[in-house]
Design a protein around this ligand. Structure first.
Ligand code: NAD
Length: 476
């Protein structure tokens, strides 16, 4: 249970926004214009299922249209409500500004538990929701482009894209009405894992800066760091998997709906994922201890804590017991404003959600551009790049023949150098670049200003400044 005076998610976002704008010199009125949510549409619709009509409630909120289209995921959960959707839409505005994705902020939600309905029923519900939004241009390639969030994935995005195209048969850009689609329905390589991949790139960038590592009290590199992750869904699973397989991190704790797994020697993420798919939860997984009180493992001794499930899990009640010196907010809003205060007094470094989970919207941006340009990335240049590399390899091989044993080209170099970049390599390169540059922008403000004591305030300052510049350019 959280403390009585715990701010709600929406209040947390507002408090953090206010803390940042107090350090800025915005013209009167502009601060309020940026903060408020422009519009929220509520839809109540009926779907005939299992012999009776069921009524569902959904939302699409548009926070800021300083750039269009606006962008943001659609969440399926029974906990969805207007305040939550509006807070998430506001975060989208700042997130897009921070990583320079040319979108305003939006978010959607539907009060539904996807586990209660079978696939065909979910399709009917999703299509009807999409119909309600599309007919009001709240799904539209140039006005409002949704994406996956909690409880939704590429399956739902494919239904939404198809529904939009049925309603707009002559729109040549119809596929760009939603991102996060499967590849065969106009998606892009690397989108499914993009948010988790972004979390990995964010941590890699953090560990490139010794001053930042020192600020957290950690030492060394990512290799061997002990990690606890909450939520082994799309974001948490990919982040944990990449950190384990590619960066040498030890995943010692995994928290899910039905408790937590703990093993100081490390837990095989892939094996847990397979277990969840088969058994519906982590309970019974053989190679770790299981505790029913999952949230307690957030307080375990570890180096990096990755909350990747839902908001408000680190709050005024448990913040003082959190031992991780570094928290990376893979989920949106996992740390409340009250907890943020307590943790920053303890010296905990928090890599904020606005930045940490921006990998999803970044690759969504690439997908949208791909859909509008009607061509796969790399299709024009790849073979030409390979042919030019072949010229160099030919010359090196000539030298190799002349110099005999004195100099040899390694087969590994040849294979890697000759391979031109396909779509996946280009997406990863674009995502890595985005995560590095955005981090550097934040840390400059963090270390460069006396009055900024954490990365979150720095992120808000950078983002709000960019949104304010867009409004000024629009003549506001
Ligand atoms: P998801 O539905 O794929 O996964 C969520 C996971 O959390 C599931 O495995 C679920 O079982 C688990 N979970 C739910 N309640 C829990 C609880 N009380 N304790 C522990 N685990 C719990 O969702 P996702 O897409 O991975 O999103 C997770 C978070 O990341 C959300 O905050 C979302 O807004 C944010 N996010 C997602 C994306 C994306 O591309 N999917 C992008 C940006 C941000």
């Amino acid at each position: 249970m959280s403390a009585k005076n715990e701010p709600t998610f929406r209040e947390s976002v507002d408090l953090m926004f206010n803390r940042a704008v107090a350090l800025m010199d915005l013209p009167p009125g502009l601060e309020e214009k940026i903060r408020v949510c422009n519009a929220t549409y509520t839809v109540r619709f009926g779907v005939r299922l299992r012999g009776q009509i069921h009524t569902f409630v959904g939302y699409r909120s548009v926070h800021s249209e300083h750039m269009e289209p606006v962008k943001g995921g659609i969440r399926y959960s029974l906990a969805v409500h207007q305040d939550e959707v509006e807070a998430l839409a506001a975060l989208m505005t700042y997130k897009c500004a921070l990583v320079e994705a040319p979108f305003g902020g939006s978010k959607g939600g539907l009060c539904v538990d996807p586990r209660e309905w079978d696939e065909h029923e979910m399709e009917q519900i999703t299509r009807r929701f999409a119909y309600e939004l599309a007919k009001r241009d709240l799904i539209h390639p140039s006005q409002n482009v949704p994406a996956p969030d909690m409880g939704t994935g590429e399956r739902e995005m494919a239904w939404i894209a198809d529904q939009y195209r049925r309603m707009n048969t002559t729109d040549i850009n119809g596929r760009a009405c939603v991102t996060g689609k499967p590849i065969n329905a106009g998606g892009i390589a690397g989108r499914t894992e993009a948010t988790g991949r972004g979390v990995q790139y964010a941590l890699q960038e953090f560990f490139r800066h010794s001053e930042d590592i020192t600020a957290s009290g950690l030492t060394g590199t990512l290799d061997g760091k002990r990690v606890v992750v909450q939520g082994l869904g799309n974001v948490g699973y990919h982040a944990a998997k990449f950190l384990q397989e590619e960066d040498g991190c030890r995943i010692i704790g995994i928290i899910e709906r039905d408790g937590a797994l703990y093993n100081e020697d490390g837990i095989d993420v892939e094996a847990v994922r397979a277990w969840i798919t088969k058994h519906g939860g982590i309970t019974g997984f053989p190679d770790a201890s299981h505790s029913a009180e999952g949230a307690a493992v957030l307080e375990a001794e570890c180096d990096i804590l990755i909350p990747a499930a839902l908001e408000g899990v680190i709050n005024m009640e448990n913040a003082k017991r959190i031992k991780a010196p570094l928290i990376i907010e893979a989920a949106n809003g996992p740390v409340t404003a009250g907890a943020d205060e307590i943790l920053s007094q303890k010296g905990t470094v928090i890599i904020p959600d606005m930045y940490a989970n921006a990998g999803g919207v970044t690759v969504s941006y690439f997908e949208w551009v791909k859909n509008l340009s009607h061509i796969r990335f790399g299709r024009m240049g790849r073979r030409q790049e390979e042919a030019r590399h072949q010229l160099l390899v030919n010359e090196l091989e000539r030298l190799d023949n002349q110099l005999g044993d004195a100099w040899v080209i390694t087969p590994d170099f040849k294979e890697k150098y000759l391979r031109g970049a396909g779509e996946l390599e280009l997406v990863r390169s674009g995502l890595d670049d985005t995560m590095r540059i955005a981090y550097q922008g934040m840390r400059e403000v963090w270390h460069g200003r006396e009055d900024v004591r954490d990365l979150r305030t720095a992120a808000y300052l950078v983002a709000i400044d960019k949104v304010a510049s867009s409004y000024r350019a629009l003549g506001l």
